[in-house]
Design a protein around this ligand. Structure first.
Ligand code: FES
Length: 137
C-alpha cells in the first residue's frame, strides 16, 4: 500500500478524462493485493482524486479564509461567467473542470488558484482570462 498514492496519481494522470474509473480501482486493488473498498477509501479521502470524468485541466479555487477575505469569490465569479460552469462542473468542450479547495499553501499570495500543478496568486479579475487563454492555445 505504500505506493498507492503514486499509483493512483499515475492512473488518473494517464486517463484523458482525468479521473479514476471503477475498473482502475479494481486493477490497482488486485495489483496491491488489497480490497477494492480500501482503494476506494483512499480515493474518497483525497480531493485530488476524482471518480467522475473531468476536463483536461483542473482549476482549483482556494476557499480558505485568507483567500476568501482577499476576494476569491470575485475570482470564482469571473471563472463562472466565462466558462459557464460552477464548482464540480466541466466545460462542454471538456477543457476545464472547476473545483473548490482548501488552502493551497500560498496564503501570502491570496487570492489564489491552481490550474493542474501550477499555482497563480495575487489574482485579480483582469488576470484570469490571460491565464485561461494560455491553456486554450
Ligand atoms: S488560504 Fe488560500 S492559499 Fe492559503
Amino acid at each position: 500500500m505504500e505506493n498507492v498514492l503514486q499509483i493512483l496519481h499515475d492512473f488518473q494522470n494517464n486517463n484523458p478524462r482525468n479521473y479514476l474509473s471503477q475498473k482502475d480501482l479494481t486493477m490497482i486493488a488486485k495489483y496491491l493485493n488489497v480490497t477494492h473498498s480500501s482503494i476506494y477509501g483512499v480515493v474518497s479521502y483525497y480531493t485530488l482524486f476524482s471518480l467522475k470524468p473531468r476536463g483536461k485541466h483542473i482549476i482549483r479555487i482556494c476557499n480558505s479564509p485568507v483567500c476568501h477575505m482577499a476576494g476569491a469569490k470575485d475570482i470564482f465569479t469571473v471563472l463562472r461567467e466565462n466558462l459557464k460552469i460552477g464548482f464540480g462542473e466541466t466545460t462542454t468542450e471538456g477543457l476545464f473542470t472547476l473545483e473548490s479547495t482548501e488552502c493551497l499553501g500560498q496564503c501570502d499570495q491570496a487570492p489564489g488558484m491552481s490550474v493542474d500543478e501550477t499555482f497563480y496568486g495575487n489574482l485579480t479579475a483582469k488576470k484570469i482570462m490571460p491565464i485561461l487563454k494560455s491553456y486554450q492555445e
